[in-house]
Design a protein around this ligand. Structure first.
Ligand SMILES: [Zn+2]
Length: 1022
């Protein structure tokens, strides 16, 4: 029998229960006040500061000086090691004993030289369990070490989380003592908290909420905090409520522990290693106590770090992976940005990730796991399928600023038609806490009610790490099947997706990219990182091609497997979803730029070795072309200062040729007009450059067609105010477009710098402000269908955005943008909210605006941000956000873009090939002057691009070549090779030979069929 409430007052009953478990009010007499029993100070506490992150063996040898709780130390990013000696009182026999540790830095407990537990106040982990039930034979005197990082869970932002770190922050330990922990009180508190939350979340509209209200009220009546003998009866009331079951049709929540750890963000890479250690060792402790507990963990790189820094922990992880509790997921090296990495980079993310998981754990991931990135390329479904992955879990599209994405569970169809089953957890979070609110939200928010009856709940502190807690597990355990709430089951991605797939008849399909309507500034922020990425992708490509060719031509040449793997992994690491987008602190930028330097110098040496082995030795100059078509280009034959030595060379596809200077059909002519404007012409294009560097005209000679819009100028630099709502480095908001100001001040008007022949060029300088200038050389080469703009910007702005505009004489509702292994279209109008939300978009090496039979392409060598509105094509150049990097993008920048008017379609005009040419310079090599031009590969169809040539993984004597259809057409192509290939087989992206698909080598080559945007990989056995 319940006590009858005197009045029918929901509010007083609810608040009464809340105050009974409050940690602020009435703790002198309520249940919360009884959570801890007696306490006892530590025997001794001493500390030792270190500027570096050192290993335990070194730290334990340091000199430790006495430390008093409350004393401050620092500065930021240092480490304070503590040595604790403690003596547990005999009288605590039979009790649960904790070390209570509260500090404002993240900490790790070490015992007997091993990491045993992470402690993070922000992650609700402040106690280390010394004994669950103290026995006489247990050690009562213990020595522990605590390694405390001088940074919080989210770094050390000055004033706000994403502000630049405060380099001089002081830290302290606020609490360090032994306590008796009353587990029965904790259990009862959890009962109370869950019931109170049910009352609140189910609201006044549901009778179940009232049942919870009266249950919790009666529990307050029964429970006497000072008398534990009243606890069992109180608990059994709660238990009875939680045990009242659902019907069969209830929604099912798949609960999986998770800990999203950003590989670098508001802290440097090196700290992430310790974040992984702290978070994962805590997970292992939870697994020991909770055999049901399942934890999903992504990013092979983080496992690699833990393997080398914490080998003991790594073998414990291997043990729990075998048991199926610790589940590696995602199959990628890091959780990379979903927009900016090239197609081949995306492939390598999976290749390195899947291979690592397979080698270390014997596991092949069947799902791609990318909860937190700023958009998802339309080629991802095909790449996933190439790795045997047909499931995808993400979440970030719930951040859309304008439009609500219509699905939570759906099929995502990529550019080529590949489909993957996709799930966005409806709770809109990848770091839930197991609370009622999240379970109810998961059910209510689900936009596929009736279509999909299963959802994921990922619980555990994330972003900065931390992971799940025992409390979260206890919460979820209570409501496994409680009437009125979704059913909760411990699950795995495999289980979730098989349930969803088994009942997928009613699911909808979303076709094309998953565009995030937010964080569009990340296509441009930290320009040096973007440039490093593009250049290093190019270099690694060239090293692999040249090394494969050298392997076939020079028997003593060794393919640099390990060196290449190391360099690739650095590139892949920098593609992490807060590094390549530029949303990280300055320390991370410095690390990233250093890694790019390592890749550049490593690749330069490897390229020298490979090219040396490739060509017959000699003193003559030769040229190496890594792309799969013949190229005729003007190149600079002498490095260094002074008037460049130029030559017009022709080099066959994937091959080399000696430098022989060909005369151009039409030399470039350069004429200065009376008004100072300069006319340049090369037989294909004619342009008029105004004295301020803008283009008055860009004329396609044979077609008699002007590309620049009437009474407009091309190459117009424009500045915008760029103040977002909050996420500084991330966001450019729609309203910035209202602040457009052309850059008009000429410091040095146009002057001729190359007078024609093989090259015509003019230079000029503009002033952006008293702190920033633009210096540009406009280059027209003989035989070249585009004009290059080689640009240097000295940039010292604050919250400004620099772009360059080309208003062109083209009318089309859609513009085309290059993406990974293909291209897609986006609107140039703003009809609907879905259209105008894409006011700033990403693309790779080119964008094109075409109408039937005529168009203009805008190419670039290291930029990713574009916008095409009506007939104005705009390339985003530089931003100047101040958080989280206060010095983001300050300094000198170099970049090149190019404009290319064309007839026909961009496919027929070879825009795609021209953009490759701009990005992959012909490389000078040494050869004998009489050596003949040589081609290793050629492809018969222009639509098909040979993207990659590499040595097969784990297989000397075999190459992998990767081709893709770039026009969006079904086509048959023949791959010809001069290499001694014995046989050829189709393979998947994992490079697993498909025994059912030989690729017969006929006299003409290997015939291959492509559907639009299809990626084809072949194993060539030498
Ligand atoms: Zn993240």
């Amino acid at each position: 029998m319940y006590h009858q409430p005197v009045l029918k007052n929901r509010r007083t009953l609810l608040e009464r229960a809340e105050k009974f478990v409050s940690d602020i009010y009435f703790t002198d007499c309520n249940l919360r006040g009884r959570l801890y029993g007696d306490s006892c100070p530590l025997e001794s506490l001493a500390s030792s500061l270190s500027a570096k992150r050192i290993k335990f063996t070194e730290a334990s040898q340091q000199n430790f000086a006495p430390y008093r709780v409350g004393d401050t130390f620092g500065p930021t990013w240092w480490t304070c090691w503590f040595k604790l000696t403690l003596n547990i009182p005999e009288s605590w026999r039979g009790r649960e004993v904790h070390l209570l540790w509260e500090s404002d830095g993240e900490a790790m407990v070490w015992r007997d030289g091993q990491p045993v537990q992470g402690l993070t106040k922000e992650g609700e982990k402040t106690s280390y369990i010394l004994s669950a039930c103290l026995k006489d034979e247990e050690p009562h005197s213990v020595t522990l070490y605590v390694e405390m990082a001088c940074n919080g869970l989210f770094g050390a932002g000055k004033g706000s989380m994403i502000a630049a770190p405060d380099p001089n922050r002081k830290f302290s330990v606020q609490r360090a003592e032994l306590v008796i922990f009353n587990r029965d009180v904790r259990e009862l508190l959890t009962d109370f908290e869950m019931l109170i939350d049910i009352v609140k979340e189910l609201g006044e509209g549901e009778q179940r909420g009232y049942q919870a209200l009266f249950t919790v009220n009666e529990m307050v009546n029964l429970c006497v905090p000072s008398d534990p003998s009243t606890f069992p009866r109180t608990h059994s009331l709660a238990h009875k409520f939680f045990s009242q079951r659902n019907g069969e049709s209830q929604h099912i929540v798949h609960a999986m522990g998770h800990c999203h750890i950003d590989s670098a963000w508001l802290w440097p890479y090196e700290e992430t290693i310790r974040k992984c250690g702290r978070s994962w060792v805590t997970v292992i402790r939870l697994m020991e106590k909770n055999p049901d507990f399942v934890f999903t963990c992504s990013q092979a790189q983080q496992f690699q770090w833990v393997k080398s820094w914490y080998p003991g922990l790594f073998s414990q992880i291997q043990h729990f992976v075998k048991k199926g509790q610790f589940i590696p997921v995602g199959g990628t090296w890091v959780e990379m940005d979903g927009n900016l990495p090239s197609g081949e980079s995306m492939v390598r993310q999976f290749l390195e990730g899947q291979r690592f998981f397979n080698q270390e754990f014997g596991i092949h991931c069947k799902e791609f796991w990318l909860p937190d990135t700023f958009g998802y390329s339309a080629q991802l479904p095909q790449i996933m399928q190439g790795f045997g992955i047909s499931n995808f879990l993400t979440q970030k599209l719930s951040w859309n600023l304008v439009n609500t994405f219509p699905h939570n569970t759906f099929f995502w169809e990529g550019l080529d038609g590949s489909k993957v089953l996709t799930h966005f957890p409806p709770g809109n979070s990848y770091e839930m806490k197991g609370k009622i609110e999240e379970l109810v939200k998961t059910m209510k928010n689900n936009k596929d009610k009736g279509r999909a009856n299963h959802s994921a709940v990922l619980f555990g502190f994330g972003d900065g790490g931390g992971g799940p807690t025992q409390l979260m597990l206890d919460r979820l355990n209570r409501v496994r099947d409680t009437d009125g709430l979704p059913k909760v089951q411990t699950s795995s991605p495999d289980k979730l997706f098989s349930e969803l797939r088994a009942d997928s008849d009613l699911l909808c399909t979303w076709s094309g990219e998953l565009f995030l309507e937010l964080h569009n500034g990340t296509y441009t922020t930290e320009a040096q990182i973007k440039r490093g990425n593009r250049q290093c992708e190019t270099l690694l490509h060239d090293v692999e091609v040249a090394s494969c060719l050298a392997l076939c031509r020079e028997p003593t040449f060794k393919y640099p497997v390990e060196k290449l793997r190391k360099l690739w992994r650095l590139l892949l690491l920098n593609q992490f979803h807060d590094v390549i987008p530029g949303s990280c602190i300055e320390m991370v930028v410095e690390d990233a730029l250093r890694y790019y330097e390592d890749i550049r110098s490593g690749c330069t040496a490897l390229l020298r070795d490979a090219c040396g082995a490739l060509a017959s030795k000699g003193s003559g100059a030769g040229v190496f072309n890594s792309l799969s078509w013949e190229r005729q280009e003007v190149i600079q034959t002498q490095e260094g200062a002074g008037e460049p030595d130029l030559a017009l060379v022709t080099v066959p596809s994937v091959g080399s040729a000696p430098v022989t200077n060909t005369e151009p059909v039409t030399p470039v002519s350069v004429t200065v007009q009376a008004n100072g404007a300069v006319v340049m012409e090369n037989g294909i294009l004619q342009t008029v450059v105004n004295t301020d560097g803008t283009l008055a005209s860009l004329y396609l000679i044979n077609e008699n067609r002007e590309a620049i819009s009437d009474s407009c100028h091309g190459n117009q630099f424009v500045m915008f105010d760029d103040v977002p709502l909050y996420w500084d480095a991330w966001d450019v908001m729609d309203y910035h477009l209202q602040t457009r100001k052309p850059v008009l001040e000429v410091v040095q008007p146009v002057q001729v710098t190359s007078s024609g022949g093989l090259r015509g060029s003019v230079s000029f300088t503009l002033r952006i402000s008293d702190k920033s200038t633009i210096k540009q050389t406009i280059i027209m080469d003989a035989m070249c269908p585009y004009i290059k703009f080689s640009t240097e910007v000295k940039w010292a702005e604050s919250h400004k955005f620099l772009k360059v505009e080309f208003p062109v004489r083209v009318h089309s509702p859609n513009a085309t943008y290059e993406i990974q292994f293909g291209h897609l279209q986006r609107p140039t109008h703003r009809n609907t909210s879905w259209d105008w939300a894409r006011f700033e978009v990403w693309g790779h090496k080119w964008a094109d605006l075409s109408e039937h039979n005529f168009g203009v392409a805008l190419l670039n060598d290291c930029k990713y941000g574009y916008s095409v509105h009506k007939n104005t094509m705009t390339l985003s150049l530089l931003r100047a956000p101040k958080a989280p990097d206060a010095n983001a993008d300050m300094g000198t920048h170099h970049f090149t873009y190019a404009i290319m008017p064309h007839t026909g379609s961009f496919q027929d005009a070879s825009v795609i090939q021209c953009a490759y040419n701009l990005n992959f310079p012909l490389r000078l090599i040494q050869c004998t002057p009489d050596s003949a031009p040589w081609s290793a590969f050629s492809v018969s169809a222009e639509a098909v691009i040979l993207e990659t040539v590499k040595q097969a993984e784990d297989r000397k004597g075999a190459l992998v070549v990767r081709l893709f259809e770039s026009h969006g057409s079904s086509v048959t192509a023949t791959l010809r090779t001069a290499l001694p290939v014995r046989e050829a087989w189709h393979c998947d992206l994992m490079e697993r030979q498909d025994p059912n698909q030989p690729a017969p080598i006929k006299s003409g080559g290997i015939a291959l069929n492509f559907s639009p945007f299809q990626i084809v990989s072949l194993l060539l056995i030498l």
